[in-house]
Write a protein that binds this ligand. Structure first.
Ligand code: NAD
Ligand code: DAU
Length: 339
């Protein structure tokens, strides 16, 4: 079974994963028209989509997923919505939770309402493994309960609840992905891996919270986008999928690997105050998504090398982002590090 779409609304695709997903879609399925809706927050960047400007079958709309009239108008002309749009950074959610509740929860409700009204084929919500909360032992299955512990993960859990309520109450044709930590080209330099790489390029300290022992499952973004594509086109309606590699890597292992690839000294690592409510481990059972025929193809060693090379070769992409508001955020988050 495989679906076909004439046209997709992809919300939040000026960000990291969404722009990588549009790149995959345009390359592999050029017959599908893509309408991108993005508010261009600090994390949204038109440079991520520059190669598609003025190409046939692609349109960018600058706007907010919370704008009911705009979303309704755009939804009238497409067969499905894929929602990447969200406030996404845990540390920022500890400083300004309201923005997360507005976009992640209310914005998802606006998209669900439009998808229901216009009888879309699919509403695909891009969610996160963080909805399960910290997992000290074992692996989270899709049927496990939600135990979110940060304003970010609580807002993502709430967005899933809203979407699932639409599926139950109105038959919304919902699909959900719960992914682990994506990394790769075009990631805004506030998440761990691009912070470490761009700081190392400048010989700045590499900040690790507490002792750097928190475990994540790092997924190369191209692999993550292939899973989203597989689920969008082939998964049975109503299904939820964990997406990850199954590997476990600590922050300290990531920092050491970055420094080794770049030939920089380990003394650049600096242990800093912990993130409040820090989840020390996420781990996913990925058997359901592998039954669809997907599996990760890029090892962490290869993905990290490719990512380091991309940041080294694209200073013109990230350097302008590390200015102004970025340093206000950085000082608040890593106060002891910045003089
Ligand atoms: P990102 O922060 O790089 O990009 C988010 C995008 O959403 C930006 O382009 C931003 O401008 C846009 N946006 C924010 N608020 C908006 C609004 N109100 N209306 C329209 N656009 C808005 O995010 P990302 O890392 O690419 O994550 C994409 C999605 O995947 C998010 O839903 C996130 O929760 C989820 N996710 C991310 C990861 C990860 O490791 N990055 C892992 C699992 C799930
Ligand atoms: O797990 C999926 C989630 O991964 C996504 O839903 C989120 O949108 C995404 O931001 C990410 O959340 P994390 O909190 O796991 O990612 P982050 O890169 O912020 O942190 C990864 C780990 O590294 C975590 O244990 C905290 C630690 N860390 C992070 C930063 C920014 C540090 O030690 N130092 C840092 O400077």
């Amino acid at each position: 079974m495989s679906r076909s779409f004439r046209s997709l609304l992809v919300a939040g695709a000026a960000g990291f994963i969404g722009s990588n997903f549009v790149r995959l879609l345009r390359r592999t399925r050029p017959e599908v028209e893509v309408v991108v809706l993005d508010k261009l927050t600090y994390a949204g960047n038109l440079a991520n989509l520059a190669e598609f400007e003025r190409t046939p079958g692609y349109r960018f709309v600058h706007g907010d997923i919370c704008d009911v009239a705009l979303v309704d108008q755009l939804a009238a002309d497409v067969d499905a919505i894929v929602n990447f749009a969200a406030e996404t950074h845990v540390d920022r959610s500890l400083m300004d939770p309201y923005a997360f509740i507005e976009t992640d929860v209310r914005g998802t409700a606006v998209l669900c309402e439009a998808a229901r009204k216009h009888r879309h084929q699919v509403m695909l919500l891009i969610s996160t493994d963080e909805v399960y909360g910290e997992v000290r032992e074992g692996r989270s299955k899709e049927t496990d309960p939600f135990r979110p512990r940060s304003p970010y993960s609580a807002s993502k859990a709430a967005s899933e609840h809203i979407a699932m309520a639409y599926a139950e109450s109105f038959g919304l044709p919902l699909l959900v992905t719960r992914s682990s930590n994506n990394y790769g080209p075009h990631q805004y330099p506030e998440k761990l891996i691009p912070v470490l790489i761009t700081n190392a390029i400048d010989d700045r300290p590499l900040p690790l919270y507490n002792d750097g022992s928190a475990v994540r499952d790092y997924l190369f973004v191209e692999d993550g986008c292939r899973a989203i594509d597989e689920i969008l086109f082939d998964a049975p309606i109503g299904a939820v999928y964990n997406v990850g590699t199954g590997a476990e890597t600590t922050g300290l292992q990531v920092a050491e690997a970055v420094l080794d690839i770049m030939g920089k000294p380990r003394s650049l690592i600096e242990f800093v105050a912990d993130r409040p409510g820090h989840d020390y481990r996420y781990a996913l059972d990925i058997s359901r998504v592998t039954e669809l025929g997907w599996e990760p193809q890029v090892s962490f060693a290869e993905g990290l090398e490719r990512t380091v090379r991309w940041y080294v070769e694209h200073e013109g992409w990230w350097r302008p982002l590390k200015s102004g508001e970025y340093w206000d955020y950085y000082r608040r988050n890593y106060r002891p590090l910045v003089s």
